[in-house]
Design a binder for this molecule. Structure first.
Ligand code: IMP
Ligand code: MG
Length: 179
């Protein structure tokens, strides 16, 4: 795996600091609310696992799975629900937890769909944001870092289902996907 990484962008230690600060802010903002953290599988699973432990107030969690990417590096624009939520959203303050906000098509679709189920509120928390590539009208309420327009992997982020288990985030060598 290591030999496919062009450059390490964020070390394990740096990510730990970013996540702890996000957890602190979320705990403060949601202290009088009914927080439900929803992780969008699979990319956000590592972030979610760390973020929920950085949250110091009571919260519930749930997962949903959508597909929009196939094995390429650009969004297809088509979002399909693979696994829906288990819980009812009424009265919940929903925080959608994503790995990276790129074109925004995925989160735009999910947010609109979940809004129809009447949660008390709905906000987005993404670890990484690529604002230059935004196509849909979505902004993150919480984000960890703005990343350059390069394809990054690690800490949950994949290319063709690989590299999710790297403990840091790095830029993937273009030669890996330009084959
Ligand atoms: P969007 O709908 O274009 O915002 O796509 C968001 C999804 O695309 C993320 O949840 C990731 O799964 C994937 N994605 C976008 N950019 C990257 C990247 O640089 N590395 C890995 N996955 C990415
Ligand atoms: Mg992915």
């Amino acid at each position: 795996m290591e030999q496919d990484i062009q450059e390490v962008l964020y070390s394990r230690e740096y990510l730990a600091g970013v996540v702890s600060e996000l957890g602190r802010r979320i705990s403060e903002d949601y202290k009088d609310k009914n927080l439900l953290m929803v992780s969008v599988l699979k990319g956000s699973v590592v972030f979610m696992a760390d973020l929920m432990r950085a949250v110091t107030i009571p919260c519930a969690i749930d997962f949903m799975s959508v597909s929009s990417y196939g094995s390429g590096t650009k969004t297809s624009g088509v979002v399909k629900i693979i696994k829906d939520l288990d819980v009812n959203l009424e009265g919940k303050d929903l925080l959608l937890v994503e790995d990276i906000l790129d074109s925004g098509m995925t989160l735009h679709y999910i947010r609109d769909m979940l809004r129809q189920r009447n949660p008390s509120s709905i906000k987005l928390c993404t670890l990484f944001d690529k604002p230059e590539r935004r196509q849909a009208d979505v902004t993150a309420d919480y984000f960890g870092a703005v990343v350059p327009d390069a394809f990054i992997v690690g800490y949950g982020l994949d290319y063709d289902e690989k590299y999710r288990n790297l403990p840091y985030v790095g830029i993937l060598k273009p030669s890996v996907y330009e084959k």
